[in-house]
Design a protein around this ligand. Structure first.
Ligand SMILES: Cc1ncc(COP(=O)(O)O)c(C=O)c1O
Length: 458
């Protein structure tokens, strides 16, 4: 390692507080320094080339090193680097992007409110949902039901809407007005002999049970990710979303689809709501909207919510300095243009999704693997101590971490969600990349098996 990078690591440990990180481990070990990206690869300061099976953090759909995106940002910075959109002002990139998003979104989500992160935009959604019900004359409707293990961000409101106990456990109170139901995780929650389809209906009915428990007149919305990502790529059975939609319609509550990771093509449709036939009232998007080149997020909002806002002659007192940032909007427009030109969304259906599924299926028989699941360009591998009984390893997360380190070392990034290894590769991947990933996965699973052999059932 060069002197320059050794020093950089030291300074990082001294001054930089990383997100979701055990800081003491960084002080002792230091962070890996990523210096460059090209296509689906990143390069570290040691010169290692690593295939990025997590697309940055569910972001880099078009891959790294796209000059067109840099140029779009550069040109917009010279033209108009910033102006706010608060005081009856607008600018060309935000108007063009809003029109384009209305075209791509499920109808009739024709309206866009912008932010700079998924967390921020989920906060916007929460405020908008509650404001809507106040304007409708039903102010008691404040409760938002979401799911255990769902992830909606790290601000206090989005963290409260999320269902991760380790996030809730930190030193802030979970806001009132959020209730969490089970997530549709058949491998973990399915009963002996229960079919995937039956389980899907049961998991969805938890919503109706909760609505009845708190009183339908108090419920504002149901919020969920079409595919639960950070919670372990949990893919709902085919029966789940139709049943959820039926319940949402029956009680007249709003549906918030958090598409921060399913938006922009990962399921082979521009939005995951289209993939599952969900009819959301609000979609939250972020991440791949710009392929992560610059922060941009937003909410796509149903006409019927906006009609209610329009019918009242007062402000929605909410917004961010960087709502509709011109440079971010210009990059998003170019990113969408690239995705359309290269048919990256269609290719998830035709080529990349099936290739990922085929490659991942090869690991079903591995002694450490309890389940392999994929949908679109999402994949997950459950690591278990006993395949037959689905018995987990002691100390959840320990084996996942061992495995993740082997993956990184061998040149393919998969994230460990406790002992579930998850992947969401860039949409530009080709067969050659899936072949490369396959070799690394095999080697890393074998190495992990060697490390924990004494704990694995014969
Ligand atoms: C579904 C979902 N919602 C919200 C967020 C939060 O987004 P951000 O980290 O940009 O605030 C994430 C982040 O991974 C996410 O996966």
């Amino acid at each position: 390692m060069s002197q320059q990078y050794a020093q950089l690591k030291e300074l990082d440990a001294l001054h930089h507080l990383h997100p979701f990180t055990t800081h003491s481990s960084l002080r002792s070990g230091g962070a890996r320094v990523i210096v460059r990206g090209e296509g689906p690869y990143i390069y570290d300061s040691e010169g290692a080339r690593i295939l990025d099976g997590m697309s940055g953090l569910w972001t880099t759909a078009v891959g790294y090193g796209r000059e067109e995106l840099a140029k779009a940002a550069y040109d917009q910075m010279l033209q108009l680097p910033f102006y706010n959109t608060f005081f009856r002002t607008t600018h060309p990139p935000v108007v063009e992007l809003s029109r384009k998003l209305a075209e791509l979104a499920p109808a009739p989500l024709n309206n866009v409110f912008y932010g700079s992160s998924g967390s921020e935009s989920n906060d916007t959604a929460i405020r908008l949902i509650r404001h809507y019900w106040v304007l409708k004359g039903e102010p008691k409707r404040r409760i938002i039901i979401s799911r255990k293990n769902g992830y909606h961000g790290s601000t206090i409101a989005a963290g409260s809407m999320g269902g991760m106990s380790h996030v809730h456990a930190h030193s802030y109170p979970v806001y009132e007005g959020f209730r969490h139901i089970m997530d549709p995780y058949w491998y973990g929650e399915g009963r002996d002999g229960e079919s995937l389809e039956d389980f899907g209906v049961r998991a969805a009915q938890a919503l109706e049970d909760e609505i009845l428990a708190v009183g339908p007149e108090n419920v504002a919305a149901f919020a969920a990710e079409p595919v639960e990502g950070a919670g372990g790529v949990k893919i709902a059975p085919s029966t789940y979303w139709p049943e959820i939609q039926r319940i949402v319609d029956k009680y007249g509550i709003l549906l918030l689809a958090d598409e921060v990771i399913t938006g922009f093509g990962r399921l082979g449709t521009w939005f995951g709501s289209d993939y599952y036939g969900i009819r959301p009232d609000i979609i939250t998007f972020a991440k791949a909207a710009t392929s992560g080149y610059i922060p941009l997020s937003g909410n796509l909002v149903h006409d019927r919510i906006v009609d209610v806002l329009m019918a009242h002659n007062d402000d929605f007192n909410h917004g961010y300095t960087f709502s509709g940032h011109p440079v971010a909007c210009a990059v998003a427009l170019k990113n969408i243009e690239i995705m359309e030109r290269e048919r990256l969304v269609e290719r998830v259906n035709e080529v990349t999704g099936p290739a990922l599924a085929k490659m991942m299926a090869k690991f079903k028989d591995h002694p450490l693997v309890g389940e392999v699941r994929t949908v679109g360009m999402f994949g997950a591998i459950e690591l278990v101590a006993d395949k037959k009984t689905r018995r987990r390893f002691a100390d959840p997360g320990r084996v996942g971490l061992i495995c993740r380190n082997h993956f990184f070392q061998n040149g393919f990034i998969m994230r460990a969600v406790f002992d579930t290894m998850v992947t969401a590769p860039p949409l530009i991947c080709t067969q050659e990349h899936f072949d490369e990933a396959e070799a690394v996965i095999r080697k890393s699973l074998d190495q992990t098996l060697d490390d924990v052999a004494s704990e694995v059932a014969a």
